[in-house]
Design a protein around this ligand. Structure first.
Ligand code: HEC
Length: 148
């Protein structure tokens, strides 16, 4: 009788372990990615308007202040372009230049220097960001859904 008692509670324990593991996976899947946190400003980036010495307040520099991302609400108008895979990866004429698409390197350059893949300088309203390679890649992956 005593010897076989583990047989009674073992399935319950296994069930609890499986439930805990699935909850952990679900929570992890729902948690915002690094790129999402950078995009919505939860993790602030230092952005400065061209020709200005003082960085903008973090709330003014966060991307969602001016851009909608891949999870956009189409009813909300945005000041800057909607940044998603289609906008960034398709070649088209931006600001009167020849048709160009972004890749990771040109995306990081436009973020830091405000120069697009056609070498056209972005309007001053788009801040220039002090962003390292790792964060730039995380933002790029969030916006394009690409795993580079
Ligand atoms: C204060 C407003 C503002 C903020 C904040 C801002 N942007 Fe911009 N962004 C702009 C404007 C304006 C443009 C240029 C639109 C144009 O030329 O038509 C732009 C352009 C861009 C472009 C170039 C798109 C293209 O088609 O060439 C990228 C990429 C971009 N922003 C990414 C970001 C990211 C990522 C963030 C946050 C880290 C951010 N921006 C924050 C206003 C902003």
């Amino acid at each position: 009788m005593k010897k076989a008692s583990w047989r009674r509670w073992a399935p319950g324990v296994v069930g609890i372990v499986i439930a805990a593991a699935s909850t952990a996976v679900a929570v992890n899947l729902l948690a915002p990615t690094h790129g999402e946190r950078l995009f919505d400003g939860t993790e602030p980036l230092v952005g400065t308007l061209a020709d200005h010495a003082t960085p903008l307040a973090a709330v003014a520099a966060r991307c969602t202040q001016c851009h909608a991302g891949p999870r956009r609400d189409p009813t909300v108008p945005t000041f800057g372009p909607v940044l998603d895979r289609q906008h960034l990866r398709e070649a088209w004429s931006r600001r009167g230049g020849p048709p160009v698409a972004y890749d990771l390197a040109s995306f990081c350059r436009v973020m830091r220097l405000g120069i697009d893949p056609a070498h056209v300088v972005l309007p001053r309203a788009m801040p220039r960001f002090a962003i390292d390679d790792e964060r730039c890649k995380a933002l790029w992956q969030h916006l394009t859904r690409e795993r580079t």
